[in-house]
Design a protein around this ligand. Structure first.
Ligand code: DGJ
Length: 548
């Protein structure tokens, strides 16, 4: 009865500006960018992903929404658990999903739903009990010794059938309860797929597939994209003689790398079939996410064969219905991982990132440098201080700048400002037209000692506040900077000319319109030599340059 009430509320409530007249959320190209279109307009996700178990009980989740609103989130990433929605085969119960939808609407928040189906961080812990207990009907992956893993093998038609059926039911239900309201804007299919502790599955069906010929679809893709193939796959293929046909070992050689390619193909085919079944019921943008590799690890030592940068080609060839591949960035080298996920036109959406104060500047970098569709720290329901405040400040700037960012995406007019690593001493150089922007990061200076005017954030011995931002060239001589703890000097490539600051002002956007807070000069621009976004707070400056 309670479930019926929630369902009726969902169907009847006008809560989140119902837009029956617009198509469901979808992707659209703008220049080199891919934008997520929601209710007819491009949408920038300011997201957070909740902890894995937090949506199992809507009563647990209900009091947490005000925290997400306070951090300026507009989207929550929330799991849907296969074992909860299909407790008995063929009996579906969407009560928890419906209550999460109702809560999101009440708080005017969008949702990205994460399908915890066959795989969650390699394992199959979210498979329902009736699947787990029937290993004969639902076979498992096996290691080299033939030991069963708690990982459903992708080499089973039956495994695929039940996962795809459940996912299709979910999408059908979403179409019914959300097809006009568009609270759910994207879907992640499975979660951090990966084979471990061996590079490939060794169950009987997997061994049989490994002995068969490499599918012609993959061979054709490799041949057609030879020029653009990611180096590792190309190297493995060419190292084995670049054959156009043969078994997996004949085409890719006998190595863990070759086994990983084989496994990636089969994981991707399975996931694509799940996505196809879901899209047939209700078409929303769908993506997969990857657990990244720690340096020095070999296939089998990390969750292998997921949508990792060195396997992009295999995933692309095998899973055309997956719209894009996403990184979960918890490691050092944020800029490098972000760049690697932009290869071959892949749009950047970061569904998981460390919930540290650095998330605030990493987000600005992702939006500025890579036209990111969104950024979302993980474990947002348990984020502590100072990470919560810095994220709030950073997402606050993104919220103000959203129309400007969306207008300039894909046009080569934005850059992200971030230090490659703590050892970076050289300024980051950004070029727009003939102007060269030299950006340095104040990260090394304890805030309380840096300048008498700034807001201290921990004192000389406290944590160093994050440093970074983004810049948008809104005219040939005019730039918007947003961020914290950066200093920018200007030069011009025009021979015999020097770049100078014509004006600098701090301000804010209110409903897309610029409002001045202060004109900046004197000490605040080092007497016209630079602009500075102070440490300890996030701010926006509009700067006009000239040449003399
Ligand atoms: C990555 C996974 O995708 C998440 O679901 C969660 O398990 C985090 N790791 C935990 O850090």
């Amino acid at each position: 009865m309670k479930n019926l009430t929630v369902l009726l509320c969902l169907l009847l409530a006008p809560a989140l500006a119902a837009r029956a007249d617009t198509p469901p959320p979808h992707l659209r190209a703008q220049g080199t960018a891919t934008q997520l279109i929601v209710d007819g307009h491009p949408f920038l996700i300011r997201g957070g992903e909740i902890n894995n178990s937090s949506a199992t009980n809507p009563a647990f989740l209900a009091p947490t929404w005000s925290r997400y609103e306070a951090m300026n989130l507009n989207t929550l990433l929330v799991p849907v658990y296969w074992d909860l929605i299909e407790p008995e085969e063929g009996r579906f119960d969407f009560a928890t999903v419906d209550q999460v939808l109702a809560q999101a609407r009440e708080h005017r928040m969008r949702l990205v739903l994460l399908w915890f189906g066959s795989w969650k961080n390699s394992m199959s812990c979210y498979a329902p009990a009736w699947v787990k207990k029937d290993v004969k009907r639902f076979p498992r992956a096996e290691d080299l010794r033939g030991d069963r893993q708690e990982i459903l093998t992708p080499f089973s038609e039956e495994n695929l059938k039940v996962d795809a059926r459940a996912f299709a039911q979910l999408m059908q239900h979403l179409r019914q309860v959300d097809g006009t309201q568009h609270t759910v804007i994207m879907i992640q299919v499975e979660n951090e797929i990966g084979m471990i502790p061996t590079a490939r599955d060794h169950c009987a069906a997997a061994n049989a597939a490994f002995a068969r010929a490499v599918p012609t679809e993959l061979m054709d893709y490799l041949a057609a994209n030879l020029e653009h193939l990611a180096a590792p796959v190309k190297a493995v293929w060419q190292g084995a003689g670049a054959k156009r046909a043969g078994t997996w070992t004949e085409v890719f050689g006998a190595s863990a790398a070759a086994e990983e390619i084989f496994m990636a193909w089969h994981f991707a085919r399975f996931t694509d079939a799940v996505a196809v079944a879901g899209k047939q019921a209700y078409t929303l943008p769908m993506f997969v996410n990857a657990a990244l590799i720690r340096p020095g690890h070999q296939p089998g030592q990390y969750p292998s064969a997921g949508p990792l940068p060195h396997l992009f080609d295999v995933w692309r060839a095998a899973a055309p219905s997956i719209d894009f591949l996403s990184p979960d960035i918890y490691m050092q080298g944020f800029m490098d991982w972000a760049r690697r996920y932009r290869q071959a036109g892949n749009p950047l959406f970061i569904p998981e990132a460390m919930r540290s104060p650095e998330a605030a500047v990493n987000a600005l970098y992702a939006y500025g440098a890579h036209d990111a569709m969104g950024f979302s720290p993980f474990g947002i329901d348990s984020v502590g201080q100072p990470a919560a405040d810095t994220l709030k400040a950073s997402f606050g700037l993104i919220a103000q700048l959203e129309p400007v960012i969306l207008a300039y995406q894909g046009k080569g007019a934005m850059a992200g400002l971030l230090s490659e690593g703590p050892e970076q001493r050289q300024p980051q150089e950004v070029t727009f037209g003939s102007y060269v922007l030299n950006v340095t990061f104040e990260r090394g200076t304890p805030p309380a000692l840096a300048d008498g005017f700034i807001v201290p954030t921990g004192g000389p011995t406290g944590p160093i506040p994050p440093s970074g931002g983004l810049v948008i060239a809104v005219g040939p001589d005019e730039f918007i900077f947003a961020g914290t703890s950066i200093i920018v000097t200007f030069a011009t490539k025009e021979p015999g000319m020097t770049a100078g600051i014509l004006s600098a002002e701090e301000g804010r956007y209110v409903d897309g319109t610029w409002q001045n807070v202060l004109w900046l000069g004197g000490d605040q621009t080092h007497q016209g030599r630079h602009i500075r976004l102070e440490p300890g707070r996030f701010s926006i400056q509009r700067v006009k340059l000239y040449r003399y």
